[in-house]
Design a protein around this ligand. Structure first.
Ligand SMILES: Cc1cc2nc3c(=O)[nH]c(=O)nc-3n(C[C@H](O)[C@H](O)[C@H](O)COP(=O)(O)OP(=O)(O)OC[C@H]3O[C@@H](n4cnc5c(N)ncnc54)[C@H](O)[C@@H]3O)c2cc1C
Length: 416
């Protein structure tokens, strides 16, 4: 049944930098906001970056300020481990069904870590793109907001689960917690559901199954102090520091078989990766394989700065394939389109610059019925209100601008 009452409350779906921005801007303009995030913490993909281009500052700077704004606001209600199951109604009066998954840890958790110490089993760590493991009772990451543990459902009903529960002195563990649904009445819905990395396993010629072929998002985690190698850039196969590294641009992007569009940020992200390597490994050389290099807006100077480094070399070529080589060294094969030289070049580590695919491509947004463009991004000119990368590839500053505009559109929709 459609809601008949008008509401000034705004629902924001997705708690990345875009959703957070829309939420705080709308709340500070006097609207109540319900912020729904499917993972256990806010921050989205930005929280998983090591540094931001072009200044190479830490993303927690940008996130922490917004977390403080959320904490201080009495208007924003955050639901983590939550998604939208159904949306009914129309502009000014929606009834939205929110579905929450069990965290098995109550809000009174102080993040003391006793549950983690009591846990014995381990699960793949999604925050580090499964490159390492965490205990079955874990804090999602060191800067998590909310700063609250999660207990994996696999330990419920086991002796390990009982030991974890007994270890919590304040009774914050609830292994009986179940999935729940509830309705909220809102006047506008903003979709800020962001992106996921294009699955590198689909790029069969680039042999992501080889241990020393990784993706750009994995490189961010390798370089991060709270990543799987504590910030040291090391080869996954043997834990050695790589001396010769290849960065492959447009891995799957601008390719009709994969992502037909340019993700806008990958060239600059790779410049950042070259900078990470050169900061840590003085002798290392980095070869960037590219079709053409794209630095948007005022970020050309960052590209030029990295180009100035003689140990960062540029090869105009889209590699044809990667072959396995001796000593777990992947061999890049292709043709240099400037010199016509055919190469078969071994590397210690290869990084695939995979693009951004809309979260809508996951098919896990059954409640979404707005218009999508040819690539699956939310059509920004339609009635649906979107923020950030949900509507197309953007960097963080552009996402924040789009999110602020989305807050204004949502406010207007509640008044329509
Ligand atoms: C390798 C790489 C490096 C980058 N480096 C930089 C950089 O240095 N500087 C820069 O400016 N930009 C960089 N970017 C771009 C940056 O990551 C994006 O601009 C930013 O993530 C956009 O934020 P967002 O909130 O729109 O999306 P996201 O960060 O994807 O956040 C979306 C949020 O929505 C949640 N969500 C998804 N679906 C649902 C659902 N159905 N229900 C509830 N919640 C949901 C997700 O869990 C997530 O928390 C980089 C990108 C890549 C690929």
């Amino acid at each position: 049944m459609e809601s008949t009452t008008r509401s000034r409350t705004i629902l924001v779906v997705g708690g990345g930098i875009s959703g957070i921005t829309t939420a705080v801007e709308a709340a500070e303009a006097g609207h109540d906001v319900v912020l729904v995030e499917k993972s256990p913490t806010l921050g989205g993909r930005v929280a998983q970056l090591n540094r931001y281009f072009p200044k190479l500052c830490h993303p927690t700077c940008g996130l922490e300020i917004n977390f403080q704004r959320i904490k201080k606001s009495r208007r924003i209600k955050v639901f983590t481990m939550a998604t939208v199951a159904a949306v009914k109604g129309g502009a000014g009066g929606y009834t939205v069904t929110v579905k929450t998954s069990p965290r098995h840890v109550k809000p009174n958790c102080t993040a003391c870590g006793d549950c983690g110490r009591a846990a014995t089993s381990e699960i793949a760590n999604p925050f580090n793109y499964n490159m390492d493991k965490v205990k079955a009772a874990y804090l999602p990451h060191t800067m998590a907001f909310p700063m609250r543990y999660v207990i994996d459902g696999s330990v419920a009903g086991t002796p390990e689960g009982e030991a974890i529960k007994a270890a919590c002195k304040i009774g914050a563990v609830d292994l009986d917690e179940k999935e729940e649904t509830f309705d909220v009445e809102v006047g506008a819905v903003v979709w800020a559901t962001g992106w996921r990395p294009y699955p590198a396993e689909k790029l069969t010629a680039y042999r992501y199954d080889l241990p020393n072929v990784i993706t750009n998002v994995e490189m961010e985690r390798l370089a991060s102090p709270d990543g799987p190698t504590k910030g040291k850039i090391l080869r996954p196969s043997d834990g050695q520091a790589p001396k010769k590294i290849a960065l492959i641009q447009c891995a799957g992007s601008r390719d009709l078989n994969h992502l037909a569009y340019c993700s806008r940020i990958c060239c600059l992200a790779s410049m950042k990766h070259a900078a990470y390597v050169r900061e840590q490994l003085a002798d290392a050389v980095v070869d960037v394989y590219y079709i053409d290099l794209r630095a948007h807006d005022k970020l050309e100077s960052f590209l030029l700065r990295v180009k100035d480094d003689p140990q960062v070399r540029f090869v105009k070529s889209k590699p044809a394939r990667i072959d396995p080589g001796a000593g777990d060294n992947p061999i890049l094969c292709g043709e240099n389109t400037l010199t016509r030289e055919v190469y078969a070049e071994p590397y210690d580590l290869v990084v695939l610059a995979t693009g951004m695919q809309p979260s809508t491509a996951e098919g896990d947004m059954p409640a979404f019925d707005g218009d999508l463009d040819d690539y699956g991004f939310i059509f920004p000119e339609g009635e649906t209100i979107s923020a950030g990368v949900a509507a197309g590839p953007l960097d963080v500053s552009m996402s924040v601008q789009s999110a602020t505009a989305a807050a204004l559109k949502a406010i207007r929709a509640t008044m329509a």
